[in-house]
Design a protein around this ligand. Structure first.
Ligand code: GRF
Length: 201
């Protein structure tokens, strides 16, 4: 049976687009039931519109506090009733109340080979550190920062003349492959979390 997935994105939404394309190509047995964004100017909103996906804008700046914002976000997420929440460039850290509400039902993509280079500007961190290999990681979301069980990773070389942007572009190509693939595995019920490990059947 098809799963219901909802995507959370804050910006240009190229990973969201990769997900839409994979669903339309019948590579993922799922329906995308909502785009949820904290940013009314996100280009992801236009992508959703084109694909006929309902948009839910929960503008962070219109709330008096983070707590009130998170309550609104939580109830929107409960209402869409998704089997999986896909964080595709969602630029706000989700509070514990949200993470705890959807255990094993939320995945994120991070543009680094975790556990290296967590947090913001991961590609810049990789260039500055001087690593020779970089990449992306799709992982389940838990209460740690970029620390949940890893589903898939994609790797790219780091070249001597790379800067943050050139490396980010190379990693992005891998993101667009790994993320839909990880979501496909989830939707086919092929992922089991065992402690820190994700077993793929
Ligand atoms: C990606 O690099 C992703 O890894 C990170 O944020 C970026 C989002 O890009 N979490 P896009 O909005 O999907 O184009």
């Amino acid at each position: 049976m098809k799963k219901r997935i909802a995507v959370l994105a804050s910006g240009r939404g190229s990973n969201f687009q990769a997900m839409i394309d994979a669903i339309q190509a019948c590579q993922i047995p799922a329906d995308c039931v909502a785009l949820i964004t904290d940013n009314p100017k996100a280009y992801a909103i236009e992508r959703a519109e084109k694909a006929g996906i309902p948009r839910i804008v929960i503008d962070y700046t219109s709330f008096p506090s983070r707590e009130v914002y998170e309550r609104a976000l939580l109830s929107a997420m409960q209402e869409v009733n998704a089997d999986l929440f896909v964080l595709a460039g969602y630029m706000r850290i989700l509070g514990t109340s949200i993470v705890r509400a959807f255990p094993g039902k939320m995945v994120n993509i991070h543009p680094a080979l975790l556990p290296s280079f967590t947090g913001l500007h991961a590609q810049r961190q990789a260039v500055e550190y001087g690593v020779k290999i970089a990449g992306c990681t799709v992982h389940f979301v838990d209460e740690s920062l970029d620390g949940g069980p890893i589903i898939l990773q994609g790797i790219v070389p780091v070249l001597d003349d790379d800067d943050e942007d050139s490396l980010a572009n190379r990693i992005l190509v891998q993101e667009h492959i790994c993320f839909p693939e990880a979501v496909r595995l989830f939707c086919e019920d092929r992922l089991t979390i065992v402690g820190r490990k994700v077993i793929i059947r």
